[in-house]
Design a protein around this ligand. Structure first.
Ligand SMILES: *Cc1c(COP(=O)(O)O)cnc(C)c1O
Length: 356
């Protein structure tokens, strides 16, 4: 039998090299991130009618979130510069990704996370990949400020999304959406935390249009959690609160880039409640078979809100990015659902419990 090679995916740097900053091949550090599925929804017609709704499932990246797209580039560039250690502040996923890519590159990773506010799966990743994890008594914004101070004075490279290579890598998700659809969507919905990803997608769409690959641009629709919605409020939030820990951020680093993307695209940045987020989170898992983490579901919660408000129309193509995998945060999943039924190891009792 002859084996045929089916265009195996080499990771976003190799696949999109002409769109990315130059980098020497020897420095490339990849876990084959990217090439995530764009999943057509099947069971949400009662809500969306004749709107075409698709899910860009970024939870299927190597460490389970979109952060890997930026991290491959940030860590590869750091490696090219001869850097020996990377550092980040994180609500969880950046630390998981930084730790994994640093391990692959043979570098040390330091991560600062808010104590008690990071999901279990993310913490386990950072620890397993050998990062030095420092849990600080403070929020993400405090952690980021300290990281900025450290990198001013010590030879460690910051890999938060203010590292310009992060955004560059993350824009490749927009390229993939266009390739899958054959055009850009009408609307693109995203959760907004530090606002790097909405910035990155907007850049990606614009670069593809400039290249002539697409002719339209989507409206960028960003959604913050109600208790952590500085962009919506128009001022930083000192004590952000939300169940969606990945977007529990009071002073986004890419604030002005996000509002520019919103305004230039004719989109919105609005807020959704934690209850709306959890409802969307459960809908995706129970009706679509897609398990994302709570923050990710802010995109769908936003789309549901915009549909109710009459913003979306039949025939529109709507993409929701699901930023991270549901297994990142098993506690929220378990606490959002009824407890499994306990039943004796007895056929009759089991059949009764099954309603048969
Ligand atoms: C980082 C992250 C976000 C927020 O992305 P920003 O670029 O900071 O706006 C949303 N969801 C998940 C799962 C994340 O890890």
């Amino acid at each position: 039998m002859q084996l045929t090679k089916k265009g195996l995916w080499a990771g976003i740097i190799h696949e999109y090299r002409e769109f990315l900053p130059e980098i020497g091949t020897d420095a490339i550090t990849t876990l084959h991130e990217g090439n995530t599925p764009l999943i057509e929804t099947s069971n949400l017609r009662d809500i969306f009618g004749a709107i075409r709704l698709l899910l860009k499932y970024e939870g299927l990246n190597p460490t389970g979130s979109f952060k890997d797209r930026g991290m491959t580039l940030a860590v590869s560039k750091a490696r090219e510069e001869g850097v020996k250690a990377v550092i980040c502040a994180s609500t969880g996923n950046t630390s998981a990704s930084a730790a994994a890519y640093a391990a692959k590159a043979g570098m040390k990773a330091y991560v600062l996370v808010p104590e008690g506010a990071i999901a279990l799966g993310k913490l386990s990743q950072a620890i397993m990949h050998g990062a030095l994890v420092l849990q600080i008594k403070g929020g993400f914004d405090d952690a980021l400020n300290i990281v900025k101070e450290i990198t001013k004075n010590y030879p460690v490279k910051m890999v938060n999304s203010i590292n310009p290579f992060r955004i560059e890598g993350q824009k490749t998700a927009a390229f993939e959406v266009c390739e899958h659809l054959g055009h850009a969507p009408t609307y693109h919905f995203l959760p907004v935390g530090n606002a790097g990803n909405i910035t990155a997608y907007w850049r990606g769409y614009n670069e593809y249009r400039k290249k002539g690959a697409i002719s339209n641009l989507p409206k960028m629709m960003g959604f913050q959690a109600e208790g952590a919605a500085p962009i919506v409020a128009g001022h930083p939030i000192e004590h952000p609160e939300t169940i969606a820990t990945a977007i529990k951020i009071g002073n986004p680093a890419s604030w002005t880039n996000a509002t520019s993307a919103r305004d230039a695209s004719g989109g919105v940045i609005e807020a959704v409640s934690d209850a709306d987020i959890i409802e969307a989170y459960k809908l995706l898992a129970s009706r679509e078979g897609v398990f994302c983490e709570p923050a990710s579901a802010a995109s769908l919660a936003g789309a549901i809100k915009m549909k109710k408000d009459g913003v979306l129309n039949d025939g529109d193509t709507v993409v929701c990015t699901l930023t991270g995998h549901g297994l990142k945060d098993p506690n929220t999943a378990i606490n959002s659902c009824p407890k499994p039924t306990k039943v004796a190891a007895d056929l009759k009792k089991i059949l009764k419990a099954m309603g048969l």
